[in-house]
Design a protein around this ligand. Structure first.
Ligand code: ZN
Length: 434
């Protein structure tokens, strides 16, 4: 206050920003002193406490701990116990305060998880400095955000294991009119160690990326007056990881289960033509209507058209539009026939046409768009494609970012949890499960 008023007397002006920063800092100092006094209140300690090994740990000494709180650093003493049987040390006070093995308070850790999931770790450090007046290192933001993300990953694994063993509790609730499941893959740049022995996407090239599989679940209750589907507000939840389809399938099933898979009157799986998507749909989502994203199907026709008429734009457009119209009318068999019967002697074109004809034939029942339209269903997978950009791309695919599988999966789990509106529940429940 002396500094503030001294300045004002000298210049007759108030530099509001300097004043508010100064006052906030001193408020934090005063607050930290209060918190520290509270933590330093003499505690009566037991002579023995139970140890995780089943024996009793004995009081050993009083030990000092440093802690960064939302108000700044504090120091306090607490009783420390040693187990004569397994030699593990512990401080029950740390457990009570939720600061076991960490030098940051729960409030600071939550902040680091939030900023670390939103932006680069160094961007997060800068935000904490500006918004909260906290000095932390970039590495600390990374470590804590990833630790919290890894904790979420561990819980998801437990959930998945319980499902595989069919030990999942039934969830009661209102029926869901239509439940949608969408999934997609997107490539993530990785550090070299995570790519060893992997072949790249283009033949002969070393791998630079690995695939993140992302899934989302959302619901639909109604259609608009024109019969177009309306996604229920804030009904989308996400789950994803760099992992095999064998692991991703049960992950997505666990998410769908929580969202009312069992109570859904109509179930839809939407995706592009990727084989793993339909394998998962067949294995985990029996009874769902399977739909190939209409934009992907159209894209396939545009790609063939470009190969058939590389230099004749008019013919290319004419041919593609003709087949797209048949596709829109649900006449997939006609599209397949057109592809199979296209007159050409070039072997590479014949191969391309056969591959595309097979694609449409294999997916024909997933392309009955007029039928889906009549039922008021979505038949474009825009939600998961937007999800790949907002959940994964905007945070994890910034230039110069290379990930380990563990680090990427921690941040993906953190982002999915936050963007699904589940982070507060997770944070509140994390001590119960410990
Ligand atoms: Zn022990």
């Amino acid at each position: 206050m002396q500094i503030v008023f001294g300045d004002w007397h000298k210049t007759g002006r108030i530099d509001l920003e300097a004043v508010e920063m100064l006052v906030r800092d001193s408020m934090h100092h005063a607050g930290a002193a209060t918190v520290q006094r509270l933590l330093c209140m003499p505690e009566s300690h037991d002579h023995r406490v139970p140890c995780a090994c089943g024996q009793q740990a004995q009081y050993h000494e009083t030990r000092r701990k440093q802690l960064l709180t939302m108000l700044g650093p504090v120091v306090f003493d607490r009783a420390y116990y040693l187990c004569p049987s397994c030699h593990q040390g512990q401080s029950p006070r740390d457990q009570e305060l939720d600061v076991v093995g960490t030098e940051c308070s729960p409030g600071v850790r939550r902040m680091m998880a939030v900023v670390g999931s939103e932006s680069s770790f160094d961007g997060g450090r800068q935000q904490l400095h500006l918004l909260a007046g906290l000095e932390v290192t970039t590495k600390a933001v990374e470590r804590h955000a990833e630790a919290i993300g890894a904790d979420i990953v561990g819980r998801e694994q437990n959930k998945r294991d319980r499902i595989v063993q069919l030990e999942f509790p039934d969830i009661l609730g209102a029926a869901v009119p239509v439940l949608y499941i969408e999934m997609d893959g997107t490539q993530l740049p990785m550090v070299p160690a995570e790519l060893a022995g992997r072949t790249g996407r283009s033949p002969g090239q070393p791998a630079r990326t690995r695939e993140v599989k992302l899934g989302c679940v959302f619901t639909q209750t109604t259609t608009d007056p024109e019969g177009r589907p309306i996604r229920d507000t804030a009904s989308t939840t996400y789950t994803g990881a760099v992992e095999t389809a064998e692991l991703f399938g049960p992950r997505l099933y666990a998410e769908a289960w929580e969202r009312g898979w069992d109570r859904a009157q109509k179930k839809v799986v939407l995706g592009d033509g990727a084989e793993w998507i339909w394998n998962i749909a067949g294995q985990h989502f029996a009874g769902a209507i399977q739909i190939v994203d209409i934009w992907h199907a159209r894209e396939h026709l545009w790609d063939v058209a470009a190969k058939l008429f590389p230099s004749d734009e008019k013919q290319r457009k004419h041919w593609a539009k003709k087949l797209i119209q048949k596709l829109n009318r649900g006449r997939v068999e006609t599209v397949v026939a057109e592809l199979r019967d296209f007159p050409t002697r070039k072997p590479e074109l014949r191969d391309a046409l056969r591959i595309e004809a097979d694609y449409f034939e294999r997916n024909r029942d997933r392309m009955r768009y007029p039928k889906f339209r009549k039922q008021g269903l979505f038949f474009g997978s825009g939600v998961i494609e937007a999800g790949c950009r907002t959940v994964i791309g905007s945070r994890l695919k910034q230039s110069g970012m290379f990930w380990t599988v563990r680090g990427a999966n921690a941040i993906i789990a953190l982002r999915c949890t936050r963007l699904s509106g589940k982070f507060e529940d997770y944070w509140a429940s994390r001590l119960l499960a410990a």
